[in-house]
Write a protein that binds this ligand. Structure first.
Ligand code: F7E
Length: 298
């Protein structure tokens, strides 16, 4: 049986045929009951307070969910069935102020936000349970991964949805933060395949999952606007409100180990990803304008 622990709105996006079970990474007993009810063989922990800026506003909540939530889930597995294979969503945000480039599984962490710090805890507790209890517990150190399902607060979707709204006459400008920050962006579908592969191996291990290419936010804006026949310089306005107290300036992952051991490589390139997201947002905004749920400014 495929089951998902519904800890938030993502549950509403899941396909039919997936059974949703209520639970919370703060509530240990709900995790135990979910594992018992599903007789799970594999657990993928993608649950987190995952928006980096929100982690400065709610650092303790972020630690409770994103850090200690991992221990609660590992403990629940140990109680219900220690043979369950466990995947922890670790993050390139753990590299923060990068100590070397590109970043590999061996690069030291230097997180730059309460979110990054919490993820570093989640990473190490997963390693620790593997080594302490001989559990099949692995971490995927995933660099930014995007798709048309990305939340509107994250930069790629903010831009692609903004492009669609400007094209439809719903807004006149797009207010952005640091356009010089660089990220290694990949397609979420490719990265989910890597997560699954990690749990099918003979021995548990940690892997960096990335494309190996890095691009500035500015270039992402340029590609997105030009897909819709516009020049980003006519619409994008920088606004201090969207700058972070401490920025992760540049990230580039080296997924060489995943290529060698898992036989994994990304299928969608950066431009293909941004174009896919712009096209999906233009279609969605058009649909909403036609059915009256969104109306253009007079
Ligand atoms: O920002 C810059 C911003 O919010 C990317 C999460 O999934 O990936 C994600 O974390 C960059 C940053 O993602 C705006 O300053 C400029 O440098 O899309 P983001 P993130 O913080 O990199 C990692 C791997 C995770 O684990 C996280 O959970 O874009 N930027 N202007 C902006 N960012 C946002 N959100 N909004 C802006 O207006």
């Amino acid at each position: 049986m495929k089951a998902a622990l519904n800890t938030g709105i993502t549950g509403q996006l899941l396909e039919k045929g997936v059974k949703l079970i209520s639970g919370d990474l703060i509530d240990e007993n709900s995790l135990i009951r979910a594992l018992e009810a599903t007789e799970a063989e594999e657990v993928y922990n993608l649950g987190a307070q995952s928006f980096v800026p929100a982690s400065w506003d709610q650092p303790i909540l972020t630690g409770e969910i994103t850090a200690l939530g991992v221990t609660r889930l590992l403990e629940a597995i140990r109680i219900v069935n220690p043979k369950i294979r466990f995947y922890q969503a670790s993050s390139s945000e753990m590299f923060g102020k990068v100590q070397e480039s590109p970043q590999t599984e061996k690069t030291p962490f230097y997180p730059r936000s309460p979110y990054g710090v919490a993820k570093a805890y989640g990473h190490w507790i997963t390693v620790n349970y593997r080594e302490s209890y001989d559990m099949f517990a692995v971490s995927g150190i995933l660099f930014n991964h995007e798709s048309p399902r990305r939340g509107l607060e994250f930069v790629t979707r903010k831009v692609t949805h903004g492009v669609a709204c400007i094209k439809a006459g719903l807004q006149k400008e797009l207010r952005m933060g640091n356009l010089e920050a660089k990220r290694d962006w990949g397609f979420a579908g490719d990265y989910v395949r890597a997560m699954w592969l990690m749990l099918q191996q003979k021995t548990p291990d940690d892997f960096v999952i990335a494309t190996g290419e890095t691009h500035p936010v500015r270039e992402m804006c340029e590609i997105a606007f030009s897909r819709a026949g516009m020049d980003y310089k006519d619409y994008v306005v920088q606004d201090k409100k969207f700058f972070r107290p401490a920025e992760v300036h540049t990230l580039t992952g080296d997924a060489g180990k995943a290529r060698r051991v898992l036989g994994w490589k990304p299928e969608v390139d950066f431009k293909g990803l941004i174009n896919m997201m712009v096209d999906a947002d233009i279609d969605e905004v058009d649909r909403q304008v036609k059915n009256g749920s969104l109306s253009p400014r007079k």
